[in-house]
Write a protein that binds this ligand. Structure first.
Ligand code: ATP
Ligand code: MG
Length: 572
């Protein structure tokens, strides 16, 4: 490819709406352009990267027996009604009607489509295991599309679905995909850590997310430095600590105190000169229409996913001001468990609290010395809090550490949620009809490419790992006007091309500084510079993008040196 012909308009200035480095660099390096919020057009260099990531994924999916299919983007509402998700999916789903008024959506995911496909063909245990995957656009009307390809509304996903006749089969499919994911991300040049995760709306219980650790990540991951434990904060388990010592604590007298204007835990603990961990936060929720209260320690935050699971409810929302007033008799900020006639659900950390500060269900009033059982009764204790860095590891004695992560992939054991709802059954060895057992496995292709940039860049631009670089090498003559340089560059370009190296020749009549800047910005792993002086000495310069190392190599050895450098897919 000649640089003069390549449609890759680079930008010197950083576009104003780009917040994180991968987004900025993808725009600046001319990999893509924005069409609408969360919707992007790929330009030739960007598309080459995407195709390379896809190809790595494809190879690894094929290696575990995956068969590639291509499912429709336009999906009929009826299938989603069968699974119950037409109503559940909410505003994230792009919905449309055809000319007859029939309802469709643009696929945000493909469990329904694939289950419908398989139910009419798979009838016997002999037809399984079956692993089908596709690489295709997904559509989700995200509340906050941002960070370029990280959170798009139209984005490319690889999604695989496995079908097995028993749980052992599902186990095999799951761990095969899990291991393939580790290989995929490693081959793309990023380390992705598997962490225990929440399965969200998709269903099932066992699931792992693959996280690339980066400050720009939207997820919080907790991991134990002493054991293998790692989990998304959505999932991370709080430890139930047994009461220490036999001594009966001294229970103070329950008393009301005036706390004018103090509503938040910070304000109250400052006002009463107590620690946040001596206060109880009382949060009112509406769960499937019923008002309930959840209690967590003042220095803790509630994890709504855990609360929702405990209650087994479909909808869960923080109560609004009016509901709070009706239920407590006080405005927001003064709710407390004493004499509150609502079902109370409390986090384990509340179990051993003594003489707590709580809201008094009265404007500008709190209570001190509130004690469990004596002053209020809890309907159920559970792990309800959001685990924080510094908390105990649920598996060992260690203390958890926190890091931000980019979720590049997720694997789920779905079980029979979709097959049961949609009637995808088979006959087992004994002729007994059973629902097929499913798993699903997604990778964000664009998000992975963006994560690669987050982990591979410097102040000059992208540093592509060879495996996903749009081209391997750029040949840069210092001056195209110098005939010797032009000729030597052309020769090297031809030679590299013939040797199967993906190469660009920067044949533009630009100043060398401009060409070098573009080469660094786009991030070609190798640059070969051809200048008058080195040519006279029969040499060219090979510059390695990652290390900026410069090798002066005799002209006749340049192509073979380049090939050798690229050989391992990684430049050392
Ligand atoms: P998130 O929690 O980030 O919204 P998700 O858990 O809803 O993602 P999945 O349904 O697990 O996403 O989709 C599989 C993969 O697709 C994710 O691991 C991620 O890499 C990618 N992905 C999901 N949503 C987006 C998006 N809006 N833009 C780009 N990639 C996405
Ligand atoms: Mg996910």
């Amino acid at each position: 490819m000649y640089m003069s012909q390549l449609y890759s308009p680079t930008l010197r200035e950083t576009p104003a709406d780009a917040e994180i480095v991968s987004h900025k660099l993808m725009l600046r390096a001319g990999l893509m352009r924005r069409s609408a919020a969360g919707v992007y057009a790929f330009l030739p260099l960007g598309l080459r990267v995407i195709r390379k990531v896809e190809q790595i994924i494809r190879e690894e999916m094929n290696a575990i027996g995956g068969q590639e299919v291509l499912l429709p983007i336009v999906q009929p509402a009826e299938l989603w009604e069968e699974s119950g998700r037409w109503a559940d999916y909410g505003d994230e789903m792009f919905r449309l009607r055809d000319r007859q008024g029939r309802q469709f959506c643009l696929g945000p995911t493909h469990e329904e489509i694939i289950t419908a496909l398989v139910r009419s063909e798979v009838r016997s245990y002999r037809q399984m295991p079956l692993r089908l995957y596709q690489i295709q656009n997904k559509y989700r009307d995200e509340m906050r599309p941002r960070f370029g390809l990280m959170r798009g509304r139209e984005f490319i996903m690889k999604d695989m679905y496995s079908f097995d006749s028993d749980n052992e089969g599902l186990d095999e499919s799951y761990w095969a995909a899990y291991k393939a994911y580790a290989r995929i991300f490693a081959r793309c040049g990023v380390e992705a850590h598997p962490v225990e995760a929440d399965s969200g709306a998709i269903g099932g219980d066992v699931t792992h997310e693959f996280m690339v650790l980066a400050d720009s990540g939207e997820d919080l991951v907790l991991f134990c430095p002493q054991c293998e434990y790692a989990a998304n904060v959505e999932r991370a388990e709080g430890v139930r600590i047994p009461r220490g010592g036999d001594e009966q604590p001294h229970l103070g007298e329950l008393a009301k105190v005036a706390t004018p204007g103090a509503r938040t835990i910070e304000q109250i603990s400052e006002f009463l000169n107590v620690k946040p961990e001596d206060c109880i936060k009382t949060l009112l929720y509406v769960a499937d229409g019923q008002v309930i209260a959840a209690l967590v320690r003042g220095d803790h935050n509630i994890n709504e996913i855990k609360l929702r699971k405990l209650l087994g409810c479909e909808t869960l929302e923080l109560a609004d001001d009016e509901t709070i007033f009706k239920a407590t008799g006080a405005p927001v900020g003064f709710a407390g468990p004493v004499a509150l006639s609502l079902p109370l659900y409390a986090d384990y950390a509340i179990e051993h609290m003594v003489n707590a500060v709580v809201g008094a269900n009265e404007l500008d009033q709190h209570m001190v010395n509130a004690n469990l059982d004596r002053d209020f009764k809890v309907k159920e204790f559970a792990d309800l809090r959001e685990v924080q860095p510094g908390d105990l590891c649920p598996r060992c004695e260690g203390r958890l550490e926190g890091a931000r992560g980019i979720e590049v992939g997720q694997v789920f054991k779905l079980g029979t949620k979709y097959s049961e709802a949609m009637g995808a059954t088979f006959l087992d060895e004994n002729g007994k009809e059973k629902p097929v057992i499913m798993g699903c496995y997604g990778i964000g292709v664009g998000r992975t490419a963006a994560a690669v940039i987050e982990k591979n860049h410097d102040e000059d631009g992208i540093i592509w790992p060879v495996s996903v670089a749009p081209y391997h090498v750029i040949v840069v003559p210092v001056s195209m006007k110098d005939e010797a340089q032009a000729k030597a560059s052309q020769n090297l370009y031809e030679e590299l091309k013939a040797a199967g190296v993906e190469v660009v020749l920067d044949d533009r009549n630009e100043r060398p500084g401009v060409k070098f800047k573009d080469a660094d910005l786009i991030g070609f792993p190798i640059r070969v510079t051809i200048g008058a002086k080195s040519l006279e000495q029969g040499a060219m310069e090979i510059i390695i993008r990652r290390t900026k190392e410069k090798l002066v190599v005799p002209i006749e050895d340049v192509a073979s040196t380049v090939k050798n450098l690229l050989k391992d897919g990684e430049i050392r």
